[in-house]
Design a protein around this ligand. Structure first.
Ligand code: AMP
Ligand code: MG
Length: 412
């Protein structure tokens, strides 16, 4: 009888149940781009901290200028210049104005700012040609952007440019963020040589490690690439031992049912607690997952496409959980798309077909898998692919049907 294959959902749940958040670290704000905020952020003070002008112009009392027209302007006495960064020295009385710049503090007594364009500046005096529509126009009020005590960001927020700006505005020179996981990346196979090495007969380049390193980095984790191990127990054991100390270990190859697939055996000898082997998906069936002295270990299949597909389905969610991302974002974003051609899955496993997704001229998401053949050794099927069409076993769809898709890159 064939060994039991876990469904993708079972396997993912079993993996995630064994992943713990890695905790937090305090880093300079200047290095925090792309990191995840570890604790909720509350505004410590009002921002803007004072009422100020949103225009270059004249601070006035609205009642003084309400009736002004270009034909019958209102003339006010200019009592002060207030550039940004200067504290006003004089309060406005009836009939007075202060020349004010964008961002400068509003003087006491003023309630409105008239744009320079609506005035005629005579130095000591100013003619107001147009009143503003209402009192308070062109004034940015204290606390309008952030009120002291207001919730600004939740733990798990990714720090982009806008978030960094807000953190700077509230004086956070340092910020507590989720720790970045380290991911050891191993490869095993007698046929493998490293890039730049002489490639003899029967040999291929270890392309999985650089690809897995890149995808690890794209997930916000730090890859640690280890040398390729030969297909023998001693070499594989040494490689796995060198990987200990990382937060995750990801290997490719050697977990299938071939005569030289020693990875599982070595892990068992090292006392690993096996969680699962084999998932009902194509590509990616021989996925192996265990805990090695508490460290999550993913034995990905060796075929280049299989290893990337498995990584996106299982390793990426684990990295995101450990890093502190909100649960709804652990798995790849899903949607539906109109398939551009007929497609059939004659297998007993769910298919993950590399697809090119795009928004058509009506803004509708479409999918095509015809840019390449779909074998798990066809690395070129990943070129230009920005998603997967997910097709259940024994399912056929016709051009124009809606299909389930996962998105892993921009759709344009
Ligand atoms: P395995 O899972 O070890 O049986 O390998 C399955 C297929 O993937 C074989 O054709 C291997 O040559 C290939 N393969 C395994 N590891 C790598 C790697 N690191 N880079 C590229 N191809 C690999
Ligand atoms: Mg192999």
């Amino acid at each position: 009888m064939a060994a039991y294959m876990h469904t993708v959902e079972e396997a993912l749940a079993a993996v995630l149940a064994r992943i713990r958040p890695l905790g937090a670290e305090r880093i300079p704000l200047t290095a925090a781009g792309g990191r995840l905020l570890a604790a909720d952020l509350v505004a410590p003070f009002d921002n803007p901290p004072h009422d100020n002008s949103s225009m270059d112009g004249f601070a006035v009392r609205f009642t003084d200028v309400a009736g002004a027209t270009p034909a019958a302007p209102v003339t006010l006495q200019v009592i002060e210049d207030i550039p940004a960064g200067k504290v006003p020295q004089q309060a406005l009385r009836a009939g007075q104005a202060s020349r004010i710049m964008t961002g400068a503090l509003l003087p006491d007594g003023a309630d409105t700012v008239i744009r320079s364009e609506d005035t005629q500046d005579h130095g000591d005096q100013v003619d107001i040609l147009e009143p503003e529509e209402a009192v308070g126009e062109n004034v940015r009020y204290r606390g309008e952007d952030m009120k002291a005590g207001a919730a600004l960001m939740a733990a798990g927020t990714v720090l982009g440019a806008g978030e960094i700006g807000v953190l700077a505005a509230v004086q956070r020179a340092y910020v507590v963020v989720g720790r970045r996981p380290t991911v050891a990346i191993l490869a095993s196979g007698d046929e493998l040589v490293e890039i730049g090495d002489l490639r003899g007969p029967g040999q291929i380049v270890n392309s999985n490690s650089p690809a897995l390193g890149a995808i690890t980095r794209a997930c916000g984790a730090d890859p640690v690439l280890l040398p390729t191990a030969a297909d023998d127990e001693t070499a594989i054991r040494a490689s796995i031992e060198a990987a200990m100390g990382c937060d995750f270990i990801v290997s490719s190859g050697g977990v299938s049912v071939g005569n030289y697939d020693y990875v599982k055996k070595v892990l068992t000898d090292l006392g690993a607690e096996e969680v699962l082997w084999k998932v009902a998906m194509k590509p990616g069936k021989p996925l192996y997952f265990c805990l090695l002295q508490g460290t999550p270990y993913f034995g990905l299949p060796g075929n280049p496409v299989s290893s990337l597909v498995s990584f996106l389905q299982f390793v990426r969610p684990a990295i995101r959980k450990a890093s502190g991302y909100p649960e709804a974002t652990w798995a790849l974003p899903q949607s539906t798309a109109r398939i551009e051609h007929d497609l059939v899955n004659e297998d007993d496993r769910r298919n993950y077909l590399r697809a090119r997704l795009r928004l058509n001229s009506e803004g509708c998401l479409t999918a095509s898998t015809r840019h390449s053949a779909q074998g798990s050794h066809m690395m070129t099927s990943m070129l230009g692919a920005n998603g997967f069409v997910v097709l259940e076993p024994e399912r056929a769809v016709a051009a124009g049907d809606l299909v389930a898709v996962q998105i892993f890159d921009d759709v344009c």
